[in-house]
Ligand binder design. Structure first.
Ligand SMILES: [Zn+2]
Length: 161
């Protein structure tokens, strides 16, 4: 007959005893989050998106901001913009048809496109940005919930095509 103490020593050790499942979930989440932050920082792509969200932390702080399909196009630069369409051979020219004759991309539309001057003036007024301080850095358009809402209104009301 075996001794009881010897049997207890041979049993596999359960390391999870007494540690709540939520703790492991939180650790797993933190590990994935850390990896995503490192990946985002080292990513050479998404240079346009990084003008709005320079860091993963900056993006996470705005997680509650609702982004529609059209707003996502502006935030990523992947959308119905002549520059983007030309890149994928959907257009022969990347120049906007407004008289500014600039490449039509997100920054052109927000800051200089002559087709959307009225919407831009409303955006500037709501943001409280004087004409002399325009253009602003893109991150300032989404820095606070109110500024993000003004930017969203601009995106949805401007007709740049
Ligand atoms: Zn234009």
């Amino acid at each position: 007959m075996k001794e009881p103490t010897k049997n207890a020593l041979n049993m596999p050790i359960n390391k999870n005893v007494g540690i709540p499942k939520c703790h492991w979930k939180r650790l797993s989440h933190q590990k994935r989050l850390g990896q995503w932050k490192e990946d985002y920082a080292s990513l050479s792509k998404a240079s346009h998106t990084k003008k709005f969200f320079p860091t993963a932390k900056c993006r996470l702080e705005r997680n509650s901001f609702f982004c529609s399909f059209k707003v996502n196009q502006f935030l990523t630069g992947h959308g119905n913009f002549e520059e983007y369409l030309k890149r994928f051979h959907r257009q022969t020219s990347d120049v906007c048809d407004c008289s500014a004759k600039e490449i039509q991309n997100v920054e052109h539309i927000i800051f200089r496109c002559l087709h959307v001057q009225d919407c831009r003036k409303i955006l500037q007024q709501k943001l409280g940005v004087p004409e002399n301080d325009w253009p602003v850095v893109l991150i300032s358009l989404i820095n606070t919930k109110p500024s993000f809402l003004y930017f969203t209104e601009f995106v949805h009301t401007c007709n740049y095509k």
